[in-house]
Design a protein around this ligand. Structure first.
Ligand SMILES: N=C(N)NCCCC[C@H](N)C(=O)O
Ligand SMILES: O=C(O)CCC(=O)C(=O)O
Ligand SMILES: [Fe+2]
Length: 330
């Protein structure tokens, strides 16, 4: 259970990024400090902000502004790239189509995943097969998002190295058959403002996204910088706001990292509340294990948590497919 934290720490990871590929990085003072801060934040909250992440601010902002432009288009235009089981759960979903714990979420979104070629993961992968569906309007959307995905993948791999060191094991604990070929997800999400009139036909509530945990390893949240809507639950059951901090990403831990760490780190419950009149955009990048990765507690973490394995193993792709198949109404 996440501790009784009252705020979410900001961690400057520039020292880690400078040395991430140095085999002696663990002996560097700057790296050691980042690693300590990551460990503390992962234990107490499962959430932290990263600054000094190296992704140009201009791109981070452009990603949000082009997303606003897409969501501003009429429904007929957006639904041209409609998500369904037949598209491998890739594409556009309208407000209220995504369901969390039985309640429709008041958001619309485009979901994209690392591509799965036919037969690549056998029957397990079939549900996710297909190319991503990109809108033609705004022009440049696909190119910009793909550039962003590449930078987020690089950045996440480096942060995961820091987390590997924090756990006291080998620095490449999350590479190779664990997450050497990460099955990333990008969700481009739009939350209509609380009083918005253009979805009158929808069931109305203030749940932008219901309480959930993320599925994989690490999430990078790029949110509009003028609205506070994301909330994180502490062990006391209080909801702590993850207010936007310009120049940072909100980072959080997913279910697979909880298993790998034998519960030393937890995937913390969070939700999005819509109580502001303005439209909000969030682009969430999820760094996940290999689709076919067998995930189980790392030996070093079992030792550190009393010697008993607390979780059954999981296959990441199975976990993901079970989630996406229950996320949408028919
Ligand atoms: N790929 C990730 N992590 N997506 C998070 C979406 C959370 C809401 C979803 N309806 C659910 O209930 O999980
Ligand atoms: O909108 C946000 O700030 C977070 C969205 C989220 O938690 C998710 O998509 O998993
Ligand atoms: Fe989430």
């Amino acid at each position: 259970m996440a501790a009784e934290f009252k705020f979410i720490r900001v961690i400057d990871i520039s020292a880690l990024l400078e040395k991430w590929d140095d085999p002696n990085m663990d002996q560097d003072q700057g790296v050691a400090q980042v690693v300590r801060q990551l460990d503390q934040a992962c234990r107490e909250a499962g959430f932290f902000y990263v600054k000094g992440h190296g992704i140009p601010d201009s791109l981070v902002k452009e990603i949000r502004s082009i997303s606003h432009k897409f969501f501003d288009l009429p429904y007929e235009e957006k639904v041209k790239i409609k998500l369904s089981a037949a598209t491998g759960y890739r594409g556009y979903q309208h407000v209220g189509e995504n369901i969390t714990k039985g309640i429709p979420d008041m958001h619309e979104a485009i979901d994209c995943y690392r591509e799965v070629k036919h037969g690549m993961y056998g029957t397990l992968g079939e549900a996710m097969e297909g190319p991503n569906l990109w809108p033609h309007d705004p022009p440049n959307f696909k190119k910009l998002m793909e550039e962003y995905i590449e930078l987020c993948t690089d950045l996440s791999r480096k942060i995961m190295r820091g987390i590997a060191l924090a756990l006291g094991g080998s620095m490449d604990a999350f590479e190779g058959n664990k997450a050497g070929d990460p099955f990333w997800v990008l969700r481009i999400i739009g939350y209509p403002g609380a009083s918005s009139a253009h979805h009158q036909e929808m069931p109305k509530n203030d749940v932008g996204c219901g309480a959930h945990t993320d599925y994989g390893l690490l999430t990078l949240v790029n949110q509009d910088d003028d609205i506070t809507a994301l909330q994180v639950r502490n062990s006391n059951g209080e909801w702590i706001s993850a207010a936007p901090v310009p120049g940072t990403f909100v980072c959080n831990i997913g279910d697979m990292l909880k298993i790998l760490t034998n519960g030393l780190y937890e995937s913390t419950l969070h939700r999005v509340i819509v109580n502001f009149p303005k439209y909000r955009v969030c682009v969430a990048y999820f760094y996940e294990p290999n689709f076919d990765a067998a995930i189980e507690p790392l030996d070093v973490c079992v030792k550190r948590t009393g010697g008993t394995r607390k979780f059954e193993g999981a296959v990441y792709g199975k976990h993901l497919v079970s989630k996406v198949q229950t996320n949408f109404v028919e």
